[in-house]
Design a protein around this ligand. Structure first.
Ligand code: NCD
Length: 362
């Protein structure tokens, strides 16, 4: 049984298979209309969502399956204090597959360790969002005709924007990718992604605060919303919320072949006037998300192989605790704190749930 927690859980070949299946679904929907008949998807959304939840539900319905679930934590037993592990065990009794969105980083991973059916990470805190990346990859493939040799500008909240984190992890596996990281200083991409993704895979990247300077060189402009709900300080959000607004004037400096992507919802960062520009691909991207989620559900339900085991060295030490307040370990006291050793010589490791860096005594 396989789950999708991080986009790198799938190989490049598996991603190609998903892209091709999604294209075939969009061209021949009737062929797939009964593929999941008798199967149930549970959507467990502990955080707000429009596109992700409803596209998952539409995906399962268009495959002939059924959907159960909840769309807010207050209507589940989480409100009574039920753990993620117990929730995952219970849902495994009622559904064949589950998609979970949670404000705490690592929650879907904990679910996958306890479920007996596939678990899909539908977004965990500011950490990652692999199924949005599936939508992004199909959009880039359809709009730009390739997944390699692209200059991608990621603009906005690169600190908390989980969609950017997963997109960069996916793009690290294609050749000739250049990345422009366009953000205010306060919202720069977390160090662990710069080191473990961009630098590890020798991706060319540049950090800048200016969208105007960057836009002319881009094949893809990936706009993101400033993630209000993840800020500790309301004042800081107010100060940064309008850092970038993509307007028709700014679009004049962009290439004719550039495409604008956005996971949506947009707040203020793309003027509605840009919607009429044929280079604005974000609504097509939302539709692509449904096709990719259909392909994903099919793949996970058909796949009976066990999850791939990693060779990571795992460290458990009662004195070593994850201190990220957004980590699932911050609320689930029973959960054992565990760390993946990333550099034994320097004594560096990362929380297996949220990837926060820690230093241990060698
Ligand atoms: C994104 C998310 O939830 O991270 N939305 C989505 O799933 N399409 C982006 C966002 O909320 O800004």
């Amino acid at each position: 049984m396989r789950s999708l927690i991080d986009i790198t859980d799938f190989s490049v070949d598996e991603l190609w298979d998903l892209l091709h299946t999604a294209c075939d679904i969009s061209e021949n929907p009737d062929k797939y209309a009964q593929k999941c008949s008798g199967k149930k998807l549970a959507t467990l959304f502990f955080e707000p969502s429009t596109r992700t939840r409803l596209s998952f539900e539409a995906a399962m319905l268009e495959l002939g399956g059924n959907v159960i679930g909840f769309s807010e934590a207050s209507s589940s037993s989480a409100a009574k204090g039920e753990s993620i592990a117990d929730t995952a065990k219970i849902i495994s009794c009622y559904a064949d597959i589950m998609a979970m969105r949670h404000p705490k980083e690592g929650a879907p991973y904990v679910a996958s360790l306890n479920a007996t059916v596939p678990v899909i990470n539908a977004g965990d805190g500011g950490h990652c969002h692999p199924t949005q990346t599936l939508a992004d990859l199909l959009t880039i493939y359809r709009e730009n005709g390739r997944l390699d040799n692209l200059t991608i500008g990621c603009c906005g909240d690169l600190k908390y924007g989980r969609t950017v984190h997963s997109l960069l992890a996916a793009m690290s596996r294609y050749s000739g990718i250049k990345v422009l990281l366009i953000s205010p200083k306060e919202l720069r991409l977390p160090g662990y992604i710069k080191h473990d993704v961009l630098e590890k895979y020798n991706m060319e990247y540049l950090e800048t605060e200016s969208l105007e300077d960057a836009i002319g060189s881009l094949d893809i402009l990936y706009m993101t919303r400033i993630q209000q709900e993840r800020f500790d300080s309301r004042d800081e959000y107010e100060r940064l919320k309008d850092s970038y607004v993509l307007t028709t004037e700014k679009m004049r400096s962009a290439k004719d072949t550039m495409r604008v992507l956005h996971p949506l919802p947009r707040v203020n960062e793309i003027s509605v006037k840009v919607d009429d520009d044929p280079r604005a691909a974000y609504f097509r991207q939302a539709l692509n998300g449904k096709y990719m989620r259909m392909a994903l559900i099919l793949k996970l339900l058909e796949n009976k192989e066990p999850s791939k085991k990693t060779n990571d060295e795992i460290l458990v030490d009662e004195n070593l605790l994850c201190d990220n307040p957004r980590c699932i370990t911050s609320v689930e006291q029973e959960l054992e704190h565990k760390f993946k050793v990333t550099d034994a010589a320097k004594g560096l490791c990362r929380c297996i749930y949220c990837e926060t860096k820690k230093v241990f005594q060698i």
